[in-house]
Design a protein around this ligand. Structure first.
Ligand code: PBG
Length: 320
């Protein structure tokens, strides 16, 4: 009588990769998550694949001196993300590799795009052109899916055109279509070092000129429709846990796969409450993921993917 089920095949594992060798760095605001150097990421990815997790999303973490105002590292075919994907493809060929297309890991100011003349906002169109090249570089390096987490307008169409022109017709586009300007990205920004803006708007980073207002529901449907029309193969709602109403509405509005992201702050919130003995971690985690499935998500990105997949395997794949 159970109406929806959770299996490891529903999970996508977001991972952070750093330069170096045998490096495993905890993220203080994201307990249980570690930034790994490529040599340690490869066996971790192999374990994820063996547990039945079909895909991972790779986020590079650059040292501050490698960042600049234009995010030029994003276009480097021998940059960290591209080297990671080559190593992962060689070692775990069946694992689907999702590359993040946005400039924030690469910019000194932490924004997802380049800034306009007075440095108060991103320059949408200039950024779109860079993102299209970035998608080609990442697809050539071996990413199966390019994921637009930047929220610039028109980038899906530009990326689709650039991929087609480069002959990369098998690369899929996952559009972070409805991405809200959320406080719950805090731990992720700590992990990649993008939490504070510089320049005239120094202070905690504010992405409200391109990410969506949490109060808006119709706008999410409009953003999703635009991205699908521009050629997105899959769409995402993010954050997920706090926006399950949006997940459900998007699921009903389109026929492409709908993904949802249990973002860093949502994961950290569950961990912190469990550590304070408010509830049992695994029970709360599985319940939160059951909610995503019930809302209609076809796949869920969660930092707990490996942990959940191990637990599901113990339970014979049936959950609780
Ligand atoms: C940025 C990006 C963010 C996340 C994924 N890609 C943060 C942001 O928009 O500032 C957040 C993911 C999370 O919080 O887990 N392109």
């Amino acid at each position: 009588m159970r109406e929806s089920t959770l299996s490891s095949a529903d999970l996508i594992w977001p991972v952070f990769v750093v330069e170096g060798d045998r490096l495993r760095e905890p993220v203080s605001t994201l307990p249980g998550v570690e930034r790994l150097s490529i040599d340690l990421l490869v066996p971790a990815a192999r374990e994820a694949a063996l547990l039945g997790i079909p895909a991972i999303a790779v986020f590079p973490v650059l040292a501050p001196h490698k960042k600049d105002a234009r995010g030029s590292g994003a276009l480097d075919p021998s940059g960290l993300a591209c080297r990671a994907v080559r190593a992962l493809k060689d070692a775990v060929p069946d694992l689907v590799l999702i590359g993040d297309i946005a400039l924030d890991p690469y910019t000194s100011h932490g924004h997802d795009g380049v800034l306009d003349a007075d440095e108060r906002d991103v320059d949408n169109d200039e950024t779109v052109a860079i993102l299209a090249s970035m998608a080609v570089v990442h697809a050539r390096a071996g990413f199966d899916v390019v994921a637009t987490s930047d929220m610039m307008d028109g980038r899906v169409a530009a990326i689709r055109r650039a991929l087609d022109e480069a002959g990369l017709t098998a690369t899929a586009i996952l559009a972070y279509a409805a991405k809200y300007a959320s406080a719950f990205y805090g731990p992720f920004r700590d992990a990649v070092g993008s939490s504070r803006a510089g320049g005239p708007v120094a202070g905690p980073i504010d992405k409200r000129t391109y990410q969506m207002d949490p109060a808006n529901r119709r706008e999410a449907l409009r953003e999703v429709a635009l991205d699908v029309a521009e050629g997105a193969d899959m769409v995402m709602v993010k954050p997920g846990m706090l926006y399950l109403d949006v997940v459900r509405e998007v699921r009903e509005a389109v026929d492409v796969p709908v993904l949802a992201y249990q973002v860093s702050g949502e994961y950290a919130m569950l961990r912190a409450a469990a550590e304070a003995s408010a509830f049992a971690w695994e029970d709360a985690l599985l319940e939160s993921l059951a909610g995503f499935k019930r809302a209609g998500a076809d796949a869920v990105l969660t930092y707990a993917a490996v942990e959940v997949a191990r637990r599901l395997q113990q339970d014979g794949g049936h959950g609780r």
